[in-house]
Write a protein of this length. Structure first.
Length: 366
């Protein structure tokens, strides 16, 4: 049932080219320039007129919401807020008519997310679910939405569900932006074409497997890790750190690369691995100067970089190399080496990576 892989987590990491492909199939047609999503189309008017979109989720799904915030604001020019379900539900949140809520959940059973959307629904919000498990409670409580179609995720740490969430949320943003007219036809067409190439690029990223396994042996004894990124890659840094914590029990923190100067930089010394998500995008030069700051303080710079980026290579002790794509789509590819790094560090430490201590696959109690 593990398909020849040693653990479900590794199997699910390697399934991602297929799961992303499945998620796009029947929906995205780059040649025709169309995105078909019936459960979104139905609410297109409300989305276009929305005063704001609120993403509600927990854990890894919350990270997908953060990436989506950057994408929706850029492409759709709609104000987006991203909320931890547990905080949102208890603080008597302001919900106005015309607010659209997007609930993101792999299991569709996370108690905090479910109650949060039920509360918002009672106050008149429109709820769209981005859910993996068909027929789950959150799917049923939503007015509309789109399934992620990633198939069953058995490993407790979420991997393929995350990239499928990103694929669905990106298609939603593209669809809304196109109907609204807030994206140029040229950029829309280009992003659709690039999107179709993501499964293949994820497959290329997976070829770093053996290299990352070696990195894991080299860094497995670190006490702490710092993960840094900016823009679309900031949530990827958070996700990389969460994966490492869950699977290897090493303390890790994700931070916006520029914000590090305001505190965490005090942690940097010759023992601290600092993982930069530093692929080529509009922020790249800025990220490179953040790398220099870490290197100057003797931190061990490890970076996820775009093929051919010699500047970042020179600044790094080790690199994980990724094929180039549009910055909006990069998180789906960039997270893959970080999943592998966490996995192999957990394995190197002899831990039960499919069932980390204290964690449950779905958190149905608050
Ligand atoms: C992380 C992880 C958790 C879940 C969170 C939300 O690897 O698995 O952080 O992402 O519990 O779960 P869902 O998406 O099922 O609502």
């Amino acid at each position: 049932e593990k398909g020849g892989y040693e653990h479900f987590m590794l199997k699910e990491i390697f399934e991602q080219p297929q799961t992303i492909y499945d998620c796009l199939r029947g929906r995205l047609d780059a040649n025709a320039g169309t995105i078909t999503m019936a459960g979104i189309q139905q609410y297109a008017d409300q989305l276009i007129k929305a005063n704001r979109i609120v993403m509600i989720a927990c854990g890894t799904s919350w990270h997908a919401g953060l990436v989506a915030e950057y994408i929706f604001e850029e492409l759709c020019r709609i104000n987006v807020e991203v909320e931890y379900a547990s905080e949102f539900r208890y603080r008597n949140p302001v919900i106005n008519e015309g607010d659209v809520i997007i609930a993101i959940s792999q299991s569709g059973e996370t108690a905090d997310t479910l109650v949060a959307i039920e509360t918002a629904k009672a106050k008149g919000a429109i709820i769209l679910g981005v859910v993996n498990v068909v027929g789950s409670s959150i799917a049923r409580a939503s007015h509309g939405g789109a399934y992620t179609h990633a198939g069953p995720e058995i490993g407790v740490a979420s991997t393929k569900a995350f990239t499928a969430q990103l694929a669905v949320l990106t298609m939603m943003a593209l669809k809304i932006a196109h109907i609204k007219g807030s994206i140029s036809e040229e950029r829309y067409r280009l992003l659709l074409k690039e999107m179709e190439e993501v499964p293949e690029k994820v497959a290329i990223a997976l070829k770093q497997n053996d290299h990352i396994k070696q990195l894991a042996d080299k860094y497995k004894d670190a006490r702490d890790f710092l993960y840094l990124g900016r823009g679309y890659n900031f949530p990827v840094a958070l996700e990389g750190a969460l994966k490492l914590k869950e699977i290897s029990y090493i303390h890790a923190e994700g931070y916006p690369a520029a914000e590090m100067k305001h505190g965490p930089i005090a942690l940097v010394d010759e023992n601290l691995p600092v993982v930069f998500v530093a692929t080529k995008d509009a922020y790249h030069e800025k990220v490179v100067s953040n790398m220099q700051e870490i290197k100057a303080r003797k931190g061990k710079v490890i970076s996820v970089i775009t093929e051919g980026d010699t500047t970042s290579t020179e600044l790094s002790l080790d690199t994980m190399v990724i094929p180039e794509t549009d910055e909006i789509l990069a998180p789906m590819i960039n997270v893959v080496p970080l999943q592998l790094l966490a996995y192999y560090i957990g394995v190197a430490k002899g831990l039960d990576v499919d069932k980390p201590r204290n964690l449950a696959k779905s958190v149905t109690v608050e």
